[in-house]
Design a protein around this ligand. Structure first.
Ligand code: F3S
Length: 79
């Protein structure tokens, strides 16, 4: 299982992740990315069919703001 969350503090609104993984990421009104699966809580299991896109987006993010893990992120994880 894969889980993901965007560190909105470090996202620079580069606009890459939604283009790579539009089923997982969208941008808020300031262009900052968030996970649409669970409103960026990091607790929704990423559907298997989207995991490859997720990993591509993680690699492509220039600010390393996309966090991917094998268990749910707690809301405290990113401070
Ligand atoms: Fe932000 Fe990285 Fe996406 S900088 S817009 S989280 S690719």
């Amino acid at each position: 299982s894969k889980y993901t969350i965007v560190n909105k503090e470090t996202c620079i609104a580069c606009g890459t992740c939604e283009s790579i993984a539009p089923d997982i990421f969208a941008y808020d009104e300031e262009g900052i990315s968030y996970v649409i699966l669970d409103d960026n809580k990091g607790i929704a299991e990423v559907p298997e069919e989207f995991v490859e896109d997720l990993e591509d987006a993680e690699e492509a993010c220039p600010s390393e703001s996309i966090k991917v893990g094998t268990c749910p992120f707690s809301e405290l994880a990113l401070g």
